[in-house]
Design a protein around this ligand. Structure first.
Ligand code: GKR
Ligand code: MG
Length: 420
């Protein structure tokens, strides 16, 4: 079952002006869609970041994996690693400066791993979750991911979500999320306003949704002292506090002084980070993300590590389409120690704007039923792929740059970590 062809199609889909500590989302989010074909005529799908530098690496890896057996993921990884061995360039990873230390090989391997598992599943007539050890749940819980946001991108009409720049706006947004999707946990992307305003937003959410677990993630926007102040104020209110401050040592210090668990998708982003973070006692919960942890099998390796060290496991998300969501659902279904509802940016997408045919993945009562069809259980919509590719060609964006976009509108904006 060897790989005979890899097609890589960059696509762009509309994205609202969501704010974060490094800037604001641009009008389009970029992704790359991989179609991997075998000599058996069966093909599989993968989805990853669409930044230009990443695309160049994907193409180098694509040439290197031709002829590789789709059942031999170890060889797949070795070939990707060899193809990128001489690559010492940094950046272009699609995460806007927030997750810089992840492994280049693992980021590039990820969509090939997912596509190979999709093919294996189709050949065997089994869903990907079976290939990962079997689904231990029939549906996967997701959290409602709240963002401060403008009403519209400059020059464009307001989107249906409206503005959210204060606690009332955030509560309104949360109400829409909960009423529409039934989410049973909420996460607020912070690091946008001064910490007291974000504390007020969390308190407002707690008053409106007394039963729902709440998380706050300022993406390392706070100093150790600010993190301790916020953590102390929000005692008993947060399920976990995510990346309050930069770095393994800073997180370790905060962890000693705040009552709630600390989570990260910033100071532990590759296997190389795990030992130092565990030794320093930096975190209680690691957010996995198959897009930078090397695909589904390596993410399960991470799950074993968190299990071994008694750490919690959650799941991180960036703006994504349906192939990524399907992969996340299969992984989460087959990971027994996934202790928390997963993040997803899915509700922020324009309904219907996707590369997969609708219907396979729906958020109902805050969770997504695990597909039971062979492979990922989704189908590529070729026309939609072409139209999102056309949108990519026309939108002019070639790399995610939240900071540059913000500075083009507010030249005085300076991202700093920590900012407060
Ligand atoms: O989409 C965003 O603006 C998020 O801030 C994203 O880039 C982060 O990677 C992420 O969601 C997080 O949990 O840190
Ligand atoms: Mg985070």
């Amino acid at each position: 079952m060897s790989i005979t062809r890899v097609e890589i199609t960059p696509v762009a889909f509309r994205d609202p002006p969501l704010l974060n500590t490094v800037g604001v989302h641009e009008p389009f989010a970029l992704r790359a869609i991989l179609q991997v074909t075998t000599d058996a005529g069966v093909s599989g799908l993968g989805e990853t970041y669409g930044d230009q530098a990443h695309l160049a690496r994907l193409h180098r890896a694509a040439d290197a994996v031709l002829g590789c057996d789709v059942f031999n993921i170890n060889e797949l990884r070795a070939r990707v690693a060899a193809a990128l061995a001489a690559d010492t360039t940094q950046g272009g990873h699609g995460m806007s400066g927030m997750v810089t230390g992840s492994s280049t090989t693992d980021r590039v391997l990820s969509p090939f791993d997912v596509a190979a598992l999709d093919i294996q599943g189709k050949l065997l007539g089994r869903p990907v979750s079976d290939l990962l050890g079997g689904a231990i749940r029939t549906a996967v819980d997701f959290s409602g991911y709240l963002f401060y946001k403008w009403a519209n991108h400059p020059g464009a009409a307001p989107d249906s979500w409206g503005e959210a720049l204060d606690p009332e706006g955030i509560v309104r947004q949360a109400r829409t999320m909960v009423d529409t999707y039934g989410f049973r946990a909420l996460k607020l992307k912070g690091g946008v306003f001064a910490p007291d305003q974000e504390v007020a937003a969390i308190r407002a959410l707690r008053a409106e949704f007394p039963e729902l677990p709440l998380r706050l993630d300022p993406n390392a926007a706070w100093s150790v002292e600010t993190s301790v102040e916020v953590g102390t104020e929000l005692a008993g209110i947060l399920e976990y506090l995510e990346d309050p401050t930069p770095g393994i040592p800073g997180m370790a210090e905060v962890r000693q002084r705040v009552p709630m668990p600390l989570a990260t998708n910033m100071c532990v982003v590759s296997f190389a980070d795990v030992a130092p973070a565990v030794a320093a006692g930096s975190v209680d919960v690691i957010l996995s993300d198959h897009h930078f942890w090397g695909g589904l099998r390596r993410s399960q390796g991470l799950a074993s590590i968190t299990d071994t060290f008694g750490l919690g496991l959650s799941m991180h998300s960036n703006s994504h389409l349906g192939i990524s969501l399907a992969a996340m659902v299969h992984l989460a279904a087959a990971t027994p120690n996934l202790d928390y509802a997963c993040d997803t940016h899915w509700p922020w997408k324009e309904p219907g704007e996707d590369v997969i045919r609708p219907g396979a993945l729906e958020i109902v009562d805050g969770s997504i039923a695990v597909p039971t069809l062979p492979g990922l259980g989704i189908e590529l919509d070729e026309d939609a792929l072409q139209s999102l590719h056309q949108q990519y060609l026309e939108c002019g964006l070639r790399s995610r740059d939240d900071t540059g976009y913000m500075q083009s509108l507010h030249p005085e904006f300076e991202p700093a970590s920590p900012r407060w």
